[in-house]
Design a binder for this molecule. Structure first.
Ligand SMILES: [Fe+2]
Ligand SMILES: [Fe+2]
Length: 247
């Protein structure tokens, strides 16, 4: 009954929407096969694997069909989070997805699942990613105010979804939580955020996030223990396609 996580698979078995950068970058060469082998080596039928968003470059369920097939064939129970590229996932129709893939995939948003005595809660999250204005030394001296104001609205919406997830678990008697986000919990300007505050409020033991891929972004947010919460980045290239063991 172990729990594993990895994110940003960005599969493209049947769509050519994949960006050229991903095709050229060495870390992405044969990443599907590397991940599959690592999963088969590590994960048992009773284990849970959380995929922390950005599953496929496909934009519709039809375009994602082969990518979903690959995911469904990975060992263990698969729990999926919504990433910013997961266009197939209408945020208001998660229940419909869960019905369509019942027994095969679980879509985590506005709901929760248990693993041992933990509730796995989560949502896509959001962080303001600029544009930032830098000085000659690369220090941030300003940012796009309009985009930041818009980001604040999206953050509030995601915080509401996250609270729905926590409250659903709490109502059912859960008291131990692992919290999942696709976006990092904080951006480059922040040391804390509504997401870190909510993790602390409910006593989440770990906050797991993805989205930051490419070496230059691995340190965009919190890594390690802070205020009693363990923060871990699980983007696939950061983990070199080996799922992280959470417990
Ligand atoms: Fe991604
Ligand atoms: Fe992403």
């Amino acid at each position: 009954m172990s729990l594993y996580a990895i994110g940003d698979l960005h599969l493209h078995f049947q769509t050519n929407r994949v960006p050229r950068g991903q095709l050229k970058d060495r870390i992405w060469k044969g990443h599907e096969e590397k991940l599959r082998k690592n999963c088969l080596r590590l994960i048992g039928a009773d284990d849970t694997l959380v995929l922390a968003g950005d599953h496929s470059w496909g934009r519709t369920l039809e375009e994602c069909a082969e990518d979903f097939q690959y995911i469904m064939e990975l060992p263990g129970r698969k729990v999926l989070l919504r990433g910013n590229h997961d266009m197939f996932w209408d945020a208001n129709k998660t229940a419909k997805l869960n019905k369509a893939f019942a027994g095969k995939l679980f879509f985590l948003q506005d709901n929760y699942v248990t693993c041992q005595d933990y509730a796995l809660v989560g949502t896509k999250g959001f962080t303001f990613e600029g544009p930032f204005y830098l000085n000659a030394r690369g220090k941030i001296t300003g940012w796009d105010e309009e985009k930041e104001a818009h980001a604040r609205k999206l953050v509030e919406r995601e915080l509401a979804r996250l609270r729905t997830s926590f409250e659903a678990a709490k109502r059912d008697g859960c008291r131990k939580y692992i919290m999942f986000l696709h976006y990092p919990p904080t951006n480059l300007l922040e040391d804390e955020s509504g997401f870190t505050a909510m993790a602390e409020e409910y006593g989440a033991e770990q906050v797991i996030y993805a989205h930051s891929h490419g070496e230059s972004r691995f340190h965009d947010s919190i890594l390690g223990e802070k205020n009693g919460v363990l923060y871990r980045l699980v983007s696939g290239d950061y983990l070199k396609w080996t799922p992280a063991l959470l417990f």
